[in-house]
Write a protein that binds this ligand. Structure first.
Ligand code: FMN
Length: 219
C-alpha cells in the first residue's frame, strides 16, 4: 500500500469482526511500527499486546468501574473550537449509530463499548516510565508510535482505534497485563479486522482546512 493511501484510508474503527488476529501478524505490525522516530532515539515506550483472557478481564473490570461510578479523568473546560469539534464528532457518531440524545441506555452502551476496547480481538497498550513524568517528548514519541502502529495495521488490512478510554483505569491495566508500578499507561489502541456492517465504521471524520491551522512564513 502506498504511504499516502494508508494515511488517507486509516480511520478509527469502532466495530470489529470476531476474528482472531494471529500473534505473528501483531508482531509484524509492531516490528514495522517500532521504526517510529523518538527524541534522541530514546524509544521511551513499552508495549503490551493483549488478547484472550487478559483482554476479557480488562473489559470486565473497566465496565464494572464505569457502572459503579469509579472516578476517571475528566476533560477540562475546552476552548470553543476544540469543544465544537468534539461535539461534531459525537453528533456524527451518534447519528450513524442511531443514538438519540435523550436515549440514556444507548448512550451508556456506547460509552461502555469504548471501555471494552470496542470488543476488538486485540488491544495494544503503550506505557512510559514514571521517571519521565512531566517531560513532553515521551508523549510526542508515543503519539508517533501510535500513528505508525495504525498505519502498519492499515497496510495489512486491519483496523485500529487509538483510545484513551480503555486505559483510564490504570489499576485494571496493571492487574491484567502485569504493568509494573514504575510505568504508566498512556494510550490504548484497539486492533482487529473491521466489521464492514458496523455503522460507526462508515465515519470519515472532518478536518480543518490547511489554511485554518497554518501560518505561512517566507513563502
Ligand atoms: C490520543 C487519542 C485518544 C483517543 N481516545 C478515544 C477514545 O477514548 N474513544 C474513541 O472513541 N476514540 C478515541 N480516539 C479517536 C479519535 O476520536 C479519532 O482519532 C478522531 O475522531 C479522528 O477520527 P479518525 O481517527 O477516524 O480519523 C482517540 C484518538 C487519539 C489520537
Amino acid at each position: 500500500m502506498e504511504t499516502k493511501d494508508a494515511i488517507l484510508s486509516r480511520k478509527s474503527i469502532r466495530g470489529y469482526l470476531a476474528k482472531p488476529v494471529p500473534r505473528e501478524v501483531v508482531r509484524q505490525i509492531l516490528e514495522t511500527a517500532l521504526r517510529a522516530p523518538s527524541a534522541e532515539n530514546m524509544q521511551p515506550w513499552h508495549i503490551a499486546a493483549v488478547t484472550g483472557a487478559p483482554l476479557e478481564g480488562i473489559r470486565r473490570d473497566n465496565v464494572e468501574n464505569v457502572l459503579s461510578g469509579a472516578p476517571a479523568a475528566k476533560h477540562p473546560e475546552l476552548p470553543e473550537a476544540y469543544q465544537r469539534r468534539r461535539v461534531e464528532l459525537a453528533i456524527e457518531l451518534f447519528g450513524l449509530m442511531d443514538i438519540q440524545r435523550e436515549d440514556k441506555a444507548k448512550r451508556k452502551e456506547w460509552l461502555l463499548r469504548g471501555f471494552r476496547f470496542f470488543d476488538a480481538p486485540v488491544a495494544i497498550i503503550l506505557s512510559v516510565s514514571k521517571s519521565l513524568r512531566g517531560e513532553t517528548w515521551p508523549i510526542h514519541d508515543i503519539g508517533a508510535l501510535s500513528q505508525t502502529i495504525c498505519l502498519a495495521a492499515e497496510d495489512l488490512g486491519l483496523g485500529t482505534c487509538i483510545e484513551a478510554q480503555g486505559v483510564l483505569y490504570t489499576d485494571v491495566i496493571r492487574k491484567h497485563t502485569g504493568l509494573p508500578e514504575d510505568r504508566e499507561p498512556v494510550i490504548g489502541i484497539a486492533l482487529g479486522y473491521p466489521d464492514p456492517a458496523f455503522p460507526a465504521n462508515r465515519l470519515k471524520s472532518r478536518r480543518a482546512e490547511v489554511d485554518e491551522v497554518t501560518v505561512w512564513a517566507g513563502f
